[in-house]
Design a protein around this ligand. Structure first.
Ligand SMILES: [Zn+2]
Length: 85
C-alpha cells in the first residue's frame, strides 16, 4: 500500500462554523470530462443567506479555480458551492 488513494478514500470534512453546513454529495460535477469527477466525500457547502446559481451536475464552471470561504477553511466552486478544497 502506498498510503491513502484520494480516488477511493473519502475526505475528512472539516467542522463548520455557525451559519454553514454540508449539503448533499453530488455524483459528478459539470459537463466536461476534465472536471466532472467528484472525489468521494465531497459535499456542497451550504451557507445561510447564500444560494449557488447552479447544481453541481449542471454547473458550467469548469475552470476549477474556486473561491475560499469561511476565512480560508473551504475552497468551493463559485458556480455550485461544491467543496474542492
Ligand atoms: Zn461547480
Amino acid at each position: 500500500m502506498l498510503g491513502n488513494d484520494p480516488y477511493t478514500t473519502p475526505v475528512d470534512l472539516p467542522e463548520l462554523p455557525a451559519g454553514a453546513r454540508w449539503g448533499r454529495a453530488p455524483s459528478h460535477h459539470g459537463t466536461t470530462r476534465a472536471t466532472s469527477y467528484v472525489y468521494p466525500g465531497r459535499h456542497v457547502l451550504v451557507l445561510d443567506g447564500e444560494t449557488w446559481p447552479h447544481q453541481p451536475e449542471t454547473c458550467p464552471d469548469d475552470t476549477g479555480s474556486g473561491e475560499w470561504r469561511l476565512d480560508g477553511l473551504v475552497l468551493v466552486c463559485t458556480g455550485c458551492g461544491l467543496d474542492c478544497t
